[in-house]
Design a protein around this ligand. Structure first.
Ligand SMILES: [Zn+2]
Length: 69
């Protein structure tokens, strides 16, 4: 797959809502963060965006601590 905005560049991020592929640069943020998106809970773009800001840390933290007994 290649980025919808950068032909020839590998796209790694997929938006299920718009049915488009984006490279890491273009997929660095949701294109319409305020609009309802039923795919948001499984959206890699949304997850990465919030992972950087730290607002998803509590949810993701449980899995990361899974190796601790
Ligand atoms: Zn791109």
């Amino acid at each position: 797959m290649e980025c919808v905005k950068h032909p020839g560049r590998e796209a790694k991020l997929y938006c299920q809502k718009t049915n488009r592929w984006f490279c890491e640069e273009c997929g660095s943020g949701c294109a319409s963060p305020k609009a309802h998106c039923k795919f948001r809970t499984a959206c890699i773009i949304w997850a990465l965006e919030h992972d950087r800001s730290g607002s998803l840390k509590e949810e993701a933290g449980d899995e990361r601590r899974g190796d601790r007994e």
